[in-house]
Write a protein that binds this ligand. Structure first.
Ligand SMILES: Cc1cc2nc3c(=O)[nH]c(=O)nc-3n(C[C@H](O)[C@H](O)[C@H](O)COP(=O)(O)O)c2cc1C
Length: 161
């Protein structure tokens, strides 16, 4: 088993490195895929963009045994089932890892545009609950949700392998 990850701003990378340190498994970025063979078992970690796990499509021909998605929500949004269906990973164990983000003003390019539009949409909602208020604060001010304990379910699953 080895670890492959895709990370844009470093939060998912921290989980990948933490997992490597805890398990002794080798860790690769998606960019380094040519260094591994397609039959090697892979645990994949990717950041989530509008519900889509980034980098995963590049591994479709690889031997993926588990997938982790990192996002800023408290839990996978809208829910684990939908994420599994949208990312075509039904039947493969999926683990949600709470990642983090930098404040919106520090972002650039299309990510900034996408999140600005999302923020505007959230702010315009009349039915704001606590989770929604939290999402607004996170986008505006940034957030770091990376914690070792979040990897526990992944480590438990690995013990069964
Ligand atoms: C354009 C954009 C879209 C995002 N969409 C989602 C999303 O759908 N669900 C979610 O939980 N997080 C979403 N996020 C937050 C990132 O997935 C989260 O910050 C992640 O931990 C970043 O990982 P990285 O630092 O490894 O790139 C989005 C971030 C950006 C910039």
């Amino acid at each position: 088993m080895l670890i492959v990850y895709e990370s844009k701003t470093g939060f998912t990378k921290r989980y990948a490195d933490m997992l490597a340190a805890k398990t002794g498994l080798r860790v690769f970025r998606v960019k380094e895929l040519s260094r591994i063979t397609q039959d090697e078992e892979v645990i994949f970690l990717g950041w989530m963009k509008a519900g889509k796990i980034q980098g995963l499509d590049k591994l479709r021909k690889y031997n993926i045994k588990a997938v982790c998605g990192s996002g800023t929500g408290r839990t996978a949004e809208p829910d684990t089932e939908t994420v599994a269906a949208r990312n075509k990973i039904k039947g493969i164990p999926f683990f949600y890892l709470r990642g983090g983000c930098f404040p919106l003003r520090e972002l650039k390019g299309t990510d900034k545009i996408m999140l600005s539009m999302f923020l505007k949409m959230l702010k315009s909602r009349k039915d704001k609950d606590e989770r929604l208020e939290e999402a607004i604060t996170i986008i505006e001010n940034g957030f770091d949700g990376v914690k070792e304990e979040n990897l526990e379910p992944v480590l438990e699953w690995l013990k069964t392998k």
